[in-house]
Design a protein around this ligand. Structure first.
Ligand code: G
Ligand code: MN
Length: 264
């Protein structure tokens, strides 16, 4: 699989540390832009690609490209703090016998340290065949990857498996986060997932943050990281460099402000 006509593209959306506002990584998101009919959403094209038997080749292409991109950030922006890339893994590819070889290939090809590659598995994928998920996850951890459970709260998690899975991060589904301001139950659910993650020693990322008020609430309940339109929409690869540079300048100047205001 090659995206010759550049119809398939990876976009990148920043993931921000809640306490400091710093960008800590990016999620790679697949976009399909056709010359004839404009952009087609993943919700539409993924099932089509699945029927056409293209999911595995596309997924290999995504892994390779996202790892290369992240290796490029490290070369350009140096080691401190080193940005990670978060990659969505398709269920079909995850359960494919070639999966481990394919991820190894992607890191060897780009020479990236796999601790800066997070593989996102949806909660429903992870729970579908939990014993085999656990086995594959352990192999991935053995290779040094970080693992993340995506869309957490929408599947049917077994808490005993959640405890056994060697995962690093929970991502709270955006349906809870985007309604936090108006729906007290969803606010309570977000708070509970954050506490669960803290008690299990896991990182927790809130998805779909669109308002300052949601961000303030996440800060108050101690959520580690956040992602959403409030910080940025997913952007093409060419825009990432400028985003990182300007985000770092902003963080540096707000640190300066904090220092001068405590001094006075
Ligand atoms: O399944 P997953 O959580 O990986 O999907 C992320 C999707 O959510 C992407 O398609 C991305 O464009 C979209 N998205 C990211 N941030 C926001 C947001 O703040 N609001 C909404 N409505 N969608 C978002
Ligand atoms: Mn995701």
């Amino acid at each position: 699989f090659r995206s010759d006509k550049h119809e398939f593209e990876l976009y990148y959306q920043p993931i921000v540390r809640v306490a400091t506002g710093e960008t800590e990584g990016f999620e790679a998101l697949l976009r399909w832009q056709t010359a004839e009919s404009g952009p087609i959403s993943p919700g539409v094209f993924i099932p089509v690609a699945e029927r056409a038997g293209l999911i595995v080749p596309i997924s290999i292409w995504v892994l390779k490209l996202a790892c290369e991109e992240a290796a490029g950030w490290h070369r350009r922006f140096g080691p401190e703090p080193r940005l990670y890339v978060s990659i969505n893994v398709s269920a079909r590819h995850f359960s494919h016998p070639g999966f481990i070889a394919d991820v190894k290939d992607a890191i060897e090809h780009s020479a990236i340290d796999p601790q800066f590659v997070k593989l996102e598995l949806t909660e429903s994928l992870a729970m579908d065949d939990a014993p085999s998920t656990e086995k594959t996850m352990s192999e991935l951890r053995g290779l040094g990857f970080r693992l993340s459970i995506d869309d957490f709260g929408t599947g049917y998690s077994s808490l005993s498996y959640l405890k056994r899975f060697p995962v690093h991060t929970l991502k709270i589904d955006q349906s809870f986060v985007s309604t936090m301001d108006s729906d007290r139950d969803n606010y309570a659910i977000v708070g509970t997932i954050v506490t669960l993650a803290q008690n299990l020693g896991l990182e927790v990322v809130a998805e779909g943050v669109e308002t300052v008020s949601q961000f303030e609430r996440l800060k108050a309940i101690g959520c580690d990281a956040a992602q959403g339109y409030l910080f940025s929409r997913p952007m093409p690869r060419d825009a990432v460099g400028a985003f990182i540079s300007s985000a770092r300048r902003q963080t540096a100047s707000s640190e300066h402000r904090t220092l001068t205001s405590t001094a006075s």
